[in-house]
Design a protein around this ligand. Sequence first.
Ligand code: ZN
Length: 442
Amino acid sequence: MSFDRRTFLQGGSLVLLLGAHQIVRGATVMAVRLWPAPEYTRLTIESDGLLASRTIRGPQRVWMDIEGITLDPALRELAGKVRADDPFVAGIRLLQPEAGIVRLQVDLKQDVLPQMFHLAPVAAYKHRLVLDFYPLRPVDPLEALIAERLKEARAPVASAPTPAPAHDPLGELIARQVQRPPQPTARPAAEVARPALATAKMDRLIIVALDPGHGGEDPGAIGPAGTREKDVVLQVAHLLRERINRMTVNGSPMRAFLTRDADFFVPLHVRVEKARRVQADLFVSIHADAFTTPNARGASVFALSQGGASSSAARWMADKENRADLIGGVNIKSQDVHVTRAMLDMSTTAQIKDSLKLGNALLGEIGNVGRLHKQNVEQAGFAVLKAPDIPSVLVETAFISNPEEEAKLRSTQYQEQLADALVRGIEGYFSKNPPLARSRPL
Ligand SMILES: [Zn+2]
């Protein structure tokens, strides 16, 4: 096949990232990674120099030519990294059409919107060339929540003994959604749920957004024994989800929604957007961070601040968490990033007041199962806590940098105790601040 410049132009999607003057000759590939997830699959090539590359998109196939590198063993590993359950990538072939150019041929399971961009060296990473594969129609968090609920309804889990309510509150949530400006297309999941609506009682479904920090390219903090924050916080979120899904508040069933349910990176503003899309009543971001000394220990809870941080330690923590986008990797050229960020700067004093109440309820319970780093809810400018209409807190469950706490964080027993404490805190918050008292805009 002829694959010259003309072919690229005829393809109609020529992407030339760098001018000739920036092209690096002789760069070495240090690592390749693939992060498959239902929302998008990310392919990362890490190298010691900036790589010039271009992509062309065909039906169910994307090619990427990279200049200035050779087809070395590090790069060849990519082909073997494709997982059978990858929603987008079926296979990757590596070719060398001419000296100094490596061509990746990515065979796809569905047509995608590819996004290619560079990430500058940060933290432990050198230069990264990223190629994301997005579905033509983005995954809607609300539809994902509905699909999950329907799947459970068909195959009830033995460990969840609570009988399903006679009516379908999630269906009612859909009903509210369908009254809104039209969704792009009616989805089969929503259609299946709709028949329940006619007889449904208008009870409220309480939704708690759980936000396991980091993921994908961003491991979060790493403990002395190699435990990664992104893994333990996802495990805690799963345990917490089980508990929340069994709970009711004043007769209204509760439902947990995870901002990420796999090992992939979700940008901070997207986490907030997802919580708003499912009309979450609460937002709980879960972390387990590190400090510069191994002695730091105990849990802390943070809320947003409108002014300065409540302490220099809180400011330090917020700065650290806000760097997640740099490490996890956000395509700053994608147009919605700046718009959403500007919108999320409108947080209100009411949100912060509720967040502090929620934070105190959680601290009280965590203090019963583990040590507290700080007795009071601290405040700083965490980007992930900026939903203007959702009480939002960030829980640092422990210091993964402390060998003793790292060992606890790895144990299922402690993770369960922690999940129990968090669910009791959420319960306590709702008992004093009933969600029904809050009006939810339609
Ligand atoms: Zn973290």
